[in-house]
Design a protein around this ligand. Structure first.
Ligand SMILES: NC(=O)C1=CN([C@@H]2O[C@H](COP(=O)(O)OP(=O)(O)OC[C@H]3O[C@@H](n4cnc5c(N)ncnc54)[C@H](OP(=O)(O)O)[C@@H]3O)[C@@H](O)[C@H]2O)[C@@H](O)CC1
Ligand SMILES: Nc1ncnc2c1ncn2[C@@H]1O[C@H](COP(=O)(O)OP(=O)(O)OP(=O)(O)O)[C@@H](O)[C@H]1O
Length: 633
C-alpha cells in the first residue's frame, strides 16, 4: 500500500490523479449518470482507491471530485484555455476534460443552464449541494453534506462566457441554441472570436470583454478559494487528530480494566483447591508448593533429591487419581533438570516476521518402505509440529503414495529404491538442515547401502544426523559409518542399544548399570551422542550423562520413538546453529534432552485424554501444547 502522506483532507497530485482515473472508468461514469442515488458509486470509488493504497472515505472522494469539477468549470468558463492558462486554474484540466467529454450522456441544454452564458453566471457554481445546472452533475444520493466538507467560496460577479463543445442532433453538427448562452457547433468557439454560428444576444460577450482583466480576477478568486479550502482542511485535520487521541485514551483505559480483571481472576483461581483449579486437560493440578533445588522437602531426607524424584503429572494406570491431584508440576519436581531445560529454551528460535520459510528448519527423513509407512510419517510430521518449516521424506516409490496420502504437509520423494537414489537425494542435501535416518527404512540391503552413502554425504556437508530404528541396525553392522562424527545423535531403544553395544564392545551388555553403559557406548563411538530410551532416558556424549526422568505414561504404543527422532531433527538443527549457550552441555546433548522431555510430555498429555487408547497420532496432536508448556512458558 502506498504511503498516504495526505492523511486527512489534503490530496496529493498522485492521489488526485488516481482518483480521477478511477472516477473516469466507464462503469463508474455510467453508474453516476444513470442513478439518482450515487452513494454506492462513491463507495466503490473509495474501495478502488483503497486498493491502490489511498484510504479515503466515499464522502471525501465525492467532495474532491466536486471540487475538481468546479475548478474545471471555472477554467473552461474563464475561456483561458486558449492562452494556456487553464492549468493554473485547473491542474487536472486535461484529465477532467477527457473524462467529461466522454461521458455517456451529456445534455447540452443542461450545460447551458449551468449559467455559462448569461448574466446569472454567478449562481452557476453552487457550493451547497450539487449544482442542479452542472452539466456534469451527479446525483448525490443518500450522502449527507456535513458542514465540514463544504467550502464557502466567493465568486466574481462577472458573467463568464465559456467555450463549449456540444454535439446536437443526429449528424453531430447542428446546434441547439440557448437563450442565455452562446451555443456553438462541434467546433470550439470563443466569445472573443465569435464564429459564424453564434446567435442570440451578441452584445454580451463584448460587454464582458471590456469590463475585467478576467484572468487576473480568476487567479485571485482561485487563490482565495484555495486558501479557504486549505484553512478548512487544517481545522479538519486537527479535529481528526483530537479524535484519534480520544480513541487511544479510551483504548488504554479498556486495556487497563482488562488487566485488572485478569489479575482478579487469576488471584481467585489460585486461591481455589488444586482439583478445582486444574480443569484444563493439559494442565496438571497445581503443585501444593514448589521447593527450590537442593532444599529439603517436607518429607525430609527419606525421599530422593527433588530433581531426581519422578512423580507422574497426570493420573495413570499405575498412579491413582487421588495421588496425582497432589502432584507438583514444575519441571524440577518432575525429575527434570531445570537448568538443562532452561538451556534448551535458549536454542528455540524466536518466531519473527523477519524470517522466510525454511529458516527454522528443512528436515529430511530417510525411511519408508513397503512395510513401514507410519514411522517416516510420524517423524516428518513431528519435525514440522515442533517448528521446522519443511519436512522431506525420502522413501521407496511404493511407500511414497501412501505417505503422501497421510499428509499434504509433507514433501515426499519416491526415490529411495530408484537406481540413482543417491544422486536424487544428494540434490536436496544442500538445502537440508538435518537428516533423520532410519524410521521405517527396513533392512533391505540396497536401501541400507543408499542410507550409508547418504550419511557419508551429510558428514561431508557437516549436517546434523539423527540415527534411529533401522539406521541403528546399519550402524551396528558398520559402526565406522558414524564413528567420531560430532553432529550425530543415535536414539536406540534398549534392544537397539544392546545390539550396538555388543557390536562395539564385542562382549555382552551388562544391563545393570545403564548410565555407565551409555557413557561407554558413546565413548566407543568417538563421543557420538547416544540417547538410550526407556523409563528414564539417558543421554551421553561420552563425557557426561544427562537423565530425562519426566514421567510419561504406562502406554507404550509403536511410533513414539519416531516422534522423538523427528522432533530431534528440528531441535538438533536449532541447537547446532544457535550460539553456544553453555560450555558444559553440548548442542547434541541439549537437543536430545529437549526431544526426550517433549516426547514424554506428549505421551503424558495424550494419555490423560485417551488412556489405554492412546496412539502416536494422539501424541502428535499434543506436540504444540507440550512444547509451549516445556519451552515457552
Ligand atoms: N507404524 C509404523 O510404521 C512403525 C514402524 N516402525 C518401524 O519398524 C521397523 C522396526 O522397528 P522395531 O523397533 O520394531 O524393530 P527391532 O529393532 O527389530 O525391534 C524389534 C524387537 O525388539 C524388541 N524390543 C523393542 N523395544 C524393546 C525394548 N525397549 N526393550 C526390550 N526389547 C525391545 C522387541 O522384541 P520382542 O519383545 O518382540 O521379543 C521387538 O519385537 C523400524 O523401521 C521402525 O521405524 C516402528 O517405528 C513402529 C511404528
Ligand atoms: N518403560 C518406559 N516408560 C516410560 N517411557 C518409556 C518407556 N520406554 C520408552 N519410553 C519412552 O517412549 C519413547 C519411545 O521409546 P521407545 O523405546 O518406545 O522407542 P522405539 O521402540 O524406538 O519406538 P518406535 O515404536 O517408534 O520404534 C521415548 O520417549 C521413551 O522415553
Amino acid at each position: 500500500m502506498q504511503n498516504n502522506t495526505t492523511r486527512g483532507f489534503l490530496w496529493s497530485d498522485v492521489e488526485t490523479r488516481t482518483l480521477l482515473t478511477i472516477w473516469g472508468e466507464q462503469d463508474i461514469q455510467v453508474a453516476l449518470d444513470g442513478h439518482f442515488r450515487n452513494s454506492f458509486v462513491y463507495r466503490d470509488v473509495a474501495r478502488r482507491l483503497a486498493a491502490t493504497g489511498f484510504e479515503r472515505t466515499p464522502e471525501q472522494c465525492r467532495v474532491r471530485i466536486k471540487s475538481l469539477k468546479r475548478q474545471f468549470l471555472l477554467a473552461k468558463e474563464g475561456n483561458i484555455r486558449n492562452n494556456g492558462q487553464y492549468h493554473k486554474i485547473c491542474k487536472f484540466y486535461d484529465a477532467m476534460e477527457n473524462i467529461l467529454s466522454n461521458r455517456p450522456v451529456l445534455d447540452p441544454q443542461e450545460f447551458m443552464d449551468s449559467g455559462t452564458g448569461g448574466d446569472d453566471t454567478a449562481d452557476c457554481l453552487e457550493e451547497e449541494g450539487e449544482d442542479p445546472h452542472d452539466p456534469y452533475s451527479e446525483n448525490m444520493g443518500d450522502f449527507h453534506r456535513p458542514a465540514e466538507t463544504e467550502v464557502k467560496l466567493e465568486y466574481p460577479t462577472v458573467p463568464i462566457p465559456i467555450p463549449i463543445k456540444v454535439t446536437v442532433g443526429n449528424n453531430g453538427s447542428s446546434v441547439r441554441p440557448h437563450p442565455s448562452s452562446q451555443p456553438t457547433s462541434t467546433l470550439t468557439s470563443s466569445p472573443l472570436a465569435p464564429g459564424p454560428l453564434t446567435s442570440g444576444r451578441a452584445k454580451r460577450p463584448k460587454k464582458r470583454r471590456a469590463n475585467f482583466p478576467l484572468e487576473k480576477l480568476m487567479e485571485q478568486f482561485l487563490e482565495q478559494s484555495a486558501q479557504a479550502e486549505e484553512g478548512f482542511y487544517r481545522v479538519e485535520e486537527q479535529r481528526l487528530q483530537a479524535e484519534d487521541r480520544r480513541r487511544e485514551a479510551e483504548h488504554a483505559r479498556e486495556l487497563q480494566t482488562l488487566q485488572m480483571l485478569g489479575q482478579m481472576f487469576s488471584s481467585i483461581s489460585s486461591a481455589q483447591p488444586p482439583s478445582a483449579a486444574s480443569s484444563h486437560r493439559n494442565e496438571p493440578p497445581a503443585p501444593p508448593r514448589a521447593f527450590p533445588r537442593g532444599s529439603a522437602s517436607p518429607s525430609g531426607p527419606r525421599g530422593p533429591p527433588t530433581h531426581l524424584r519422578r512423580t507422574p503429572p497426570h493420573p495413570t494406570a499405575d498412579w491413582p487419581q487421588q495421588q496425582s491431584q497432589q502432584l507438583p508440576s514444575d519441571p524440577q519436581a518432575l525429575g527434570m533438570d531445570e537448568e538443562t531445560l532452561s538451556l534448551v529454551r535458549t536454542i528455540v528460535p524466536a518466531l519473527t516476521s523477519k524470517k522466510h520459510k525454511g529458516q527454522d528448519g528443512r528436515i529430511g527423513i530417510i525411511g519408508g518402505c513397503q512395510e513401514y509407512t507410519g514411522a517416516p510419517y510420524f517423524a516428518a510430521i513431528s519435525a514440522l509440529k515442533v517448528g521446522a518449516d519443511l519436512s522431506h521424506v525420502f522413501c521407496t516409490r511404493e511407500a511414497a503414495i501412501v505417505i503422501k496420502s497421510y499428509s499434504p504437509e509433507l514433501i515426499v520423494h519416491p526415490v529411495l529404491d530408484s537406481p540413482n537414489a543417491l544422486e536424487e537425494i544428494d540434490k536436496w542435501l544442500p538445502r537440508l538442515h538435518s537428516l533423520v535416518v532410519g524410521p521405517g527404512l527396513g533392512r533391505d540391503e540396497g536401501l541400507l547401502r543408499t542410507a550409508k552413502e547418504v550419511i557419508e554425504k551429510c558428514k561431508a556437508r557437516d549436517i546434523p544426523i539423527i540415527i534411529d530404528a533401522d539406521g541403528l541396525w546399519l550402524v551396528a553392522q558398520q559402526p565406522s559409518v558414524i564413528q567420531g562424527y560430532q553432529k550425530a545423535i543415535l536414539t536406540p531403544n534398549f534392544m537397539e542399544f544392546t545390539r550396538l553395544y555388543e557390536a562395539l564392545h564385542q562382549e555382552p551388555l551388562d544391563g545393570s548399570d545403564r548410565r555407565r553403559s551409555v557413557l561407554q557406548l558413546s565413548g566407543a563411538l568417538g563421543n557420538v551422542t547416544v540417547l538410550l530410551k526407556g523409563e528414564q532416558d539417558l543421554i551421553s556424549d561420552g563425557r557426561r550423562v544427562l537423565t530425562c526422568g519426566l514421567r510419561g505414561s504406562g502406554r507404550r504404543c509403536g511410533g513414539q520413538g519416531d516422534l522423538l527422532s523427528g522432533s530431534l531433527g528440528a531441535l538438533a538443527h536449532w541447537a547446532f546453529s544457535a550460539t553456544p549457550p553453555s560450555r558444559s552441555v553440548s548442542p547434541a546433548l541439549l537437543a536430545a534432552f529437549g526431544a526426550c522431555a517433549l516426547t514424554k510430555q506428549c505421551n503424558s498429555q495424550a494419555f490423560q485424554t485417551h488412556g489405554r487408547a492412546t496412539t502416536t497420532s494422539d501424541m502428535i496432536q499434543e506436540i504444540g501444547p507440550a512444547f509451549r508448556k516445556l519451552f515457552e512458558s
